[in-house]
Design a protein around this ligand. Sequence first.
Ligand SMILES: *Cc1c(COP(=O)(O)O)cnc(C)c1O
Length: 240
Amino acid sequence: MSIADNIVEIRKRIEAAALDAGRDDGADVELVAVSKTQPQEKLMEALAAGQRVFGENRVQEAQEHWSAYASGEASPFAKASEGKSQLQRDYPGLRLHLIGPLQTNKAKEAVALFDVIETLDREKLARKLADEMAKQGRDLPCYIQVNTGDEPQKAGISPAELPRFYDFCYSECGLDIVGLMCIPPVDEPPALHFALLAKLAGELGLSKLSMGMSADYERAVALGATSVRVGTGVFGERTL
Ligand SMILES: *Cc1c(COP(=O)(O)O)cnc(C)c1O
């Protein structure tokens, strides 16, 4: 199947999962096409198929992936006032999400390149992002990444610390926190984690939930995902 076919199929399944769960038709669920490690021509194929929202998990790779289309501006995603890049002119509505861990020393580049940060997970990073956004005049929507399984090796704030961390990001740093994001443990049913994330977001009055990947996005939609991050399902197996 082509990438265009894959996208049509995924949208159909999102719609079916949403209808089954008594949500609307799923049109409000955003499909983030995870383009990490994929070759340039597949990105172009997805763009040609109408896909406009992409997820990348490393700043440097994202720059390599997406800067090729910039026309000299510092960022291909520069705001209109800074002059639009060729890529933005050719594909209006193009948006790039950071979905991988962010080191504070890459915050500057991340703020310049991305439109949404999904992996806010510690105070030092929150401060640094707030500083960079102020400097660059960009106010990016952010998701807090929650370590729903309290896994020691995994990024994300633990559910117990979430309310305090949210307050810090929102009140102290002035960040635009729009929702929560999670990556469930590989060896547990993801539904438990999706339900927990939805509950935590509800308690904070946050409306956006980034959850679900190729293997489990339908389940995530059933449990309230507003955004699913699908890589192999869109592009096929990763080559690296
Ligand atoms: C790679 C990645 C995905 C996509 O995974 P697939 O299984 O290929 O759909 C989603 N979210 C994050 C955070 C990722 O790193």
